[in-house]
Each structure stands twice: as C-alpha cells, then as structure tokens.
Design a binder for this molecule. Structure first.
Ligand code: ZN
Length: 423
C-alpha cells in the first residue's frame, strides 16, 4: 500500500472554475445509477452493506440534489465536469439536434461542451480510469482522455489499446457480463478494484447501470443482494486506502396506478387532439436499452407549431392529471438549468407515480422487464452522497446548504485534504 502511495501524483488542478486538491491516495468517485436513498436504507436495514455503514459513520452520508431532468447522461456529464446541464450542453439522452433538426442520442462526446475533471487530472500525472456499465456513456465521458483508460462492462471483451488505452479487461475483471443484469454494475466496481491493485489507475470514475433499480423495488430480495454485492467491492476499495465518494445520477420510483398498470400521460396524442396536429413531444429518456423503461420517463420537452400560443398550451398541460411542472424555455433555462438548444417550447415534469410519453404506438411496453419503474422528474432529483472521509468545516457547510451530485469530485478530492489540514 505504501509503495502505491509513493507513485501517486498529488498536484492540484483547476478545471471549470473549481480547484481540486487530490491527496496522494487512490480517488474513486462512484455513480450508482438509479440509487434512490431507500435502496441503501433497505439493504442497510437488512445488515447487508457494512462498508457503506462504515463510510457513513467514519465519513459522511447525506442527500444531494441532482440535475434535472433526472436522467443518466445529463447527470453523468454534470458529475464529470462539475457543472450543471446548462454548461455541459447535455440536457437529455435524446434530443432534437439543433444543427441538423434530427432526433439523435447524445451519446457522443461532440455534444459535451466543457473539458472533464478526468482529463484535467490526467494532465497533472494522475493515472485516470473511467469504467461505465453501458457503452453509450463511455465515448461521451472519455472526452479529452489522452492516455487514461476508459471501457464499459458491456463491451469489456472488445477493448483495444487504441480506443480504450487498455488491451485486456477480462483477465482483470472477469468475463463480460450481460447488460441486462446486476453483474453489469458489480463488474464496474470490480474492474475499478483490479485497476488500482494492478497499479493501472489512481483517479477513477465508476458509473453503473440502473437495470436492477428499474426492475426491482428496494425491498425485493434481488435488489438487496445486488446492493450487498456492490458493498463488497466498496469494502475492497476502502481496503486499498482509496478515498471513496459515492452518489447517484437520479432516484427511481414506481410509475404505476394502484392496480399495477403503467401510469402514462400520452402528451403528444393529447395535445394533437386538443389543439390540432403539429405538436411534437420528445422523450429525453430514450436510449437503446428499452427493457429498462420503454422510453417512458417523468420529463419531456414539447415543440409547438407557430400558430399556437405557448402560454395557453402550458396552462392546459398544467391541468392534466400526472403533470406537476410546466416550464417555458426561459424558465427551463433559469429554473431547471437546462441548455436552451436542447429544449423545445415547453418542458414538462411528471408526478412521483407518473410518466409522460409521446403516443401509445411510440412506446412498446411489452419490452419491459417487470412493472414500470422510472425517473426523470423532480421526485427522482434527490440522491445520496456518501464520502469515506470526515468532512472539513468548509465541506460540512457545503453539505448543509444545497449540495449537488455534481460536487462529487470536489468532495472526493478536497474534503479529506482540508480535514487533515484543519485537524
Ligand atoms: Zn441513470
């Protein structure tokens, strides 16, 4: 362990207006996809997360606010840059490309505007590694990495030295898992442990997938076993003297009526019936992994034909059951911190138990594994933050205010250092 410490660079750096002072210890920032706080509470109540309990007691556990809409790409981009979506340029997984007018996925780094904390750390001599579960996130978040390792669990068996800066992952972390599995996420953490053990990385971002949370409620035995498996890997990271900071991109809620049927507002259908044709609804949750959610989430953006009055339509949408917030473009930018070029005329958020879709034909609910659990709105905005180190007075004050999940690297790099300095 001591030998490892001697080789770790601890040069401070500044990126996107923030200073980072990583100590000469492995830094591991973890985003547990879809980790609503109640998943941790339930697994802890069952005695299955001893390492997270240890982190919470010796370090810090609290709740932070994610970025809206509470989707994966939006929040992962915010976390790796330390910036809200308005500055990352990523306001959804799926957008109308302002340049081409086409509907596109945002899983390309050309959409990510700022430099990342990972690329900045690499320039100071840190050995950077980024491991994601879904391959869609890898290329997006690997922006600017010159030598840093990046790969996904999904395509662990397809890595190349040229693209991923590592030639063999399976001998480190085991056989490539199925993407629709809990193992796809556990693999991400196990790979992180192996990279530190082998001296290949000392500054890591590990980002899992929310298949298990979409499929299982917090008290399902499968969910509890899954969290126990994550906890085991977290214990191995702590044993390597890593500073571990963990948050989530968003929470997760059941989106069903009391009879268990999906509670969907088909907004494009409703608008075109009420106001005539030409209204277009874009579901920014849309991604290639349809078994998770059938492209149904709790936030959508609406493009209206020019003959309609935006305020009239907003007022009408606001009265629909299942809708909780309607923002015009200016309000979406100021109140939801969204990039204006990814937002239509209106941005709509749904209730805790509701999702908003386009038309019934657009969403294939037969592809769902299990009942509908999803995210995207205000009710999935609050997520856990757990840090392995005691917080300095400065970071205690940050945590007592309005901390964000995209403060993750600041907590990981700075909270421990100043705690030492102050003691
Ligand atoms: Zn997610």
């Amino acid at each position: 362990m001591l030998e490892l410490q001697h080789t770790i660079a601890s040069t401070p750096f500044t990126i996107n207006g923030r200073d980072y002072h990583p100590p000469a210890r492995p830094i591991v920032a973890i985003c547990v996809d879809g980790c609503a706080d109640e998943y941790l509470n339930t697994a802890i109540a069952h005695g299955r997360m001893p390492n997270v309990v240890k982190m919470s007691v010796q370090g810090y556990r609290g709740v932070v606010r994610g970025a809206l809409p509470s989707f994966t790409n939006v929040n992962n981009c915010a976390i790796v840059t330390g910036l809200p979506p308005r500055q990352t340029g990523i306001g959804g997984n799926y957008i109308i490309d302002p340049q081409s007018g086409d509907e596109v996925m945002t899983n390309s780094s050309r959409f990510l505007k700022p430099d990342t904390i990972l690329a900045a750390a690499e320039r100071t001599g840190r050995k950077v590694a980024m491991v994601t579960a879904k391959d869609k996130l890898r290329e997006l978040l690997a922006k600017g990495l010159e030598t840093g390792i990046s790969f996904s669990a999904e395509k662990a068996n397809q890595v190349t030295a040229e693209v991923n800066h590592i030639a063999d992952v399976e001998s480190l972390a085991g056989p490539t898992p199925a993407i629709y599995s809990g193992e796809a996420s556990v693999y991400v953490l196990r790979a992180g442990v192996a990279l530190i053990e082998q001296g290949l990385a000392d500054f890591l971002y590990l980002s899992t997938t929310d298949y298990m949370q979409h499929r299982y409620a917090p008290d399902a035995p499968e969910a509890i076993d899954f969290y126990a498996a994550l906890d085991e890997q977290i214990g191995r990271l702590l044993a390597l003297d890593a500073v571990v900071a963990l948050t989530a991109d968003h929470g997760m809620n059941a989106k069903c009526d009391t009879d268990g049927q999906p509670n969907v507002v088909y907004l494009e259908t409703a608008l075109n019936e009420q106001f005539g044709g030409g209204c277009r609804v874009i579901c920014p949750i849309t991604d290639p992994y349809v078994a998770h959610h059938g492209a149904l989430g709790s936030a959508v953006t609406v493009y209206l034909p020019t003959n309609l009055d935006v305020n009239d339509v907003a007022a009408w949408i606001r009265d629909l059951p299942g809708v909780t917030e309607v923002h015009d473009k200016a309000s979406a930018m100021s109140q939801l911190e969204l990039p204006g070029d990814h937002v239509g005329d209106l941005f709509v958020l749904a209730a805790r138990h509701a999702v908003i879709g386009r038309t019934p034909e657009h969403h294939d609910l037969s592809q769902l594994h299990g009942s509908l659990r999803s995210h995207g709105g205000r009710y999935e905005e609050l997520v856990p933050l757990i840090v392995s180190e005691p917080l300095s007075d400065t970071y205690r004050a940050v945590a007592a205010g309005d901390p964000r999940n995209f403060d993750l690297f600041a907590f990981a790099c700075n909270a421990a250092r100043t705690a030492q300095a102050e003691s």
